[in-house]
Design a protein around this ligand. Sequence first.
Ligand code: RB5
Length: 153
Amino acid sequence: MRIAIGADHRGFSIRTKVADFLKQRGHEVEDVGTFSPEAVDYPDIAAEVAGRVSRGQCDRGILVCGTGLGMCIAANKFHGVRAAPCHDDLTAELSRRHNDSNILCLSADLLGERLIDRMIELWLNTPFEGGRHARRVDKILDLERRVEEENKQ
Ligand code: RB5
């Protein structure tokens, strides 16, 4: 898979480990930074990753900030993006099975490295279940289109 990854200063050191983890498993990684521990604003990084996923340049994205929450809120502004703030195996798995999440948002402060690796592995390898869940995901896309139409008027 082609995977975009990004982190703010809080996720800076984890980002490199995540990139290595993905490359070792044969994935192509687009690393958008941040490339130094200096403070940056998470919406700028989220936009780089979510934009790539929204445009179809990358299949998936992974974002890391202090809590994973700010990244998630920003990423979900992009069309077709379903960013999920996951904090354990179950949320990582269900965000794929039920929500077809295409961006995984992680907390640098609250999750250990081994847990993060396990969650990423699960998230990458769990398929979307489709069926009734596909109907619901389609409704999310309908909502996006409706809001876009309303904003044009
Ligand atoms: C940055 O201080 C912090 O707010 C950010 O990493 C993240 O936790 C936001 O949700």
